[in-house]
Every structure is written in structure tokens, then in C-alpha cells.
Design a protein around this ligand. Structure first.
Ligand SMILES: [Ca+2]
Length: 187
């Protein structure tokens, strides 16, 4: 009888330990699980962040036109960054730097070359991009194929020195070159 009691207590203790060991890793995983979710927001409730500059893994030059990285920060949807490698630019990236660490809540992206509707569909547009922050965390944004400036809310505000956008998948245009017209950040 006494042995049965000890056995029951031991089993109960083991069950509790298993439950604790299962829950602990899940709670740690949840902390690292950063996401960027498409949202409709009133941007007037957020403060716009002024970046320092942009650098890209490649840029296209065509005649006298240079489609450089800083074109995503000039406030004009008629100017664009255009990656400059052969193919659709899968794996190419553009990095936006800030003067000091900033805390970002919302990221707005104007994908493709938004100068004209024809310019948009003539060039390739990002469909999926990985965003990487200076603390090493990253998340993915999924973009619709239309002339627009969708906003993405981070699952928690991220303090960072830069944001790197890497092209993972694209909507193919007549030209293989992939473009981004503007990127904005809000805290
Ligand atoms: Ca621009």
C-alpha cells in the first residue's frame, strides 16, 4: 500500500516536470517570434522617423540614369531603387540606416516602380522580402501586386540601427529588374 502511494506521488511529480519543461521552451520561442503584419492604420497617430541614408547590394545604371538606393528615401514615388544584377534580383538587398538607434513600430513600403502604372508592370515587383534588424532578429513581409503603399506593423516595437530588406520572391515584369519606390518608418 505504502509503495503504491510513493509510486503515485512519483508519477505526479514526473507529470508536473514534463508540463513545466514543455511550457518553458514555448514561452521563450514566442518572445523571438517577430512578425510584420499588414494593417490599416492612421499614420497621424505615429511619429515618422527620418533615416540617414540607404545602401544596396547592387544598383542599376541606365545611360545617365542611376537608380540608386537613396531613391527610396526621397519622398517621391516617381523615383526608384532598381537592383542591378542579372535575373530578378532574388537575394539582392537594400539597407536603410538611421543616425542613431530608433524604435520602429510601422514600416510602409511602396513596391515596384510607381512612376506610372505602365512603369509598375513593366518592371518586376517584390512579392516577399525578409526584414533584418541590427539586433539579429528578422521577419517576412508579403506584398500584394498593386500600386500602393501598404503598412506593416511589427508584432512588437524593434529598436535598431538599420533595417535590411532582402528580396526573396518577385512578381515578374516585362523587365527582370526589381524596384522599390519608397520605404517609410514610424515609431
Ligand atoms: Ca522614391
Amino acid at each position: 500500500m505504502k509503495t503504491a502511494k510513493i509510486l503515485r506521488r512519483t508519477l505526479s511529480l514526473c507529470l508536473v516536470l514534463v508540463m513545466i519543461l514543455t511550457v518553458i521552451p514555448i514561452s521563450f520561442a514566442a518572445d523571438d517570434d517577430l512578425t510584420a503584419d499588414l494593417v490599416t492604420v492612421n499614420l497621424k497617430k505615429y511619429k515618422k522617423i527620418n533615416p540617414s541614408h540607404a545602401e544596396a547590394s547592387s544598383e542599376m545604371t541606365w545611360g545617365t540614369k542611376r537608380y540608386h538606393a537613396d531613391n527610396v528615401l526621397d519622398g517621391s514615388k516617381s523615383t526608384t531603387w532598381r537592383e542591378g544584377v542579372k535575373g530578378h534580383g532574388i537575394g539582392e538587398s537594400i539597407t536603410i540606416y538611421f543616425r542613431k538607434e530608433v524604435t520602429i513600430s510601422i514600416i510602409r513600403i511602396y513596391p515596384g516602380y510607381q512612376a506610372k502604372q505602365t512603369g509598375f508592370y513593366n518592371n518586376s515587383r517584390p512579392k516577399e522580402m525578409t526584414l533584418t534588424f541590427s539586433d539579429g532578429r528578422s521577419c517576412t513581409v508579403y506584398l500584394d501586386d498593386k500600386v500602393s503603399g501598404p503598412c506593416y506593423k511589427l508584432s512588437e516595437p524593434v529598436t535598431t540601427e538599420y533595417v535590411e530588406f532582402t528580396i526573396d520572391r518577385v512578381y515578374k515584369g516585362k523587365s527582370t529588374d526589381t524596384c522599390i519606390s519608397e520605404i517609410e518608418f514610424y515609431s
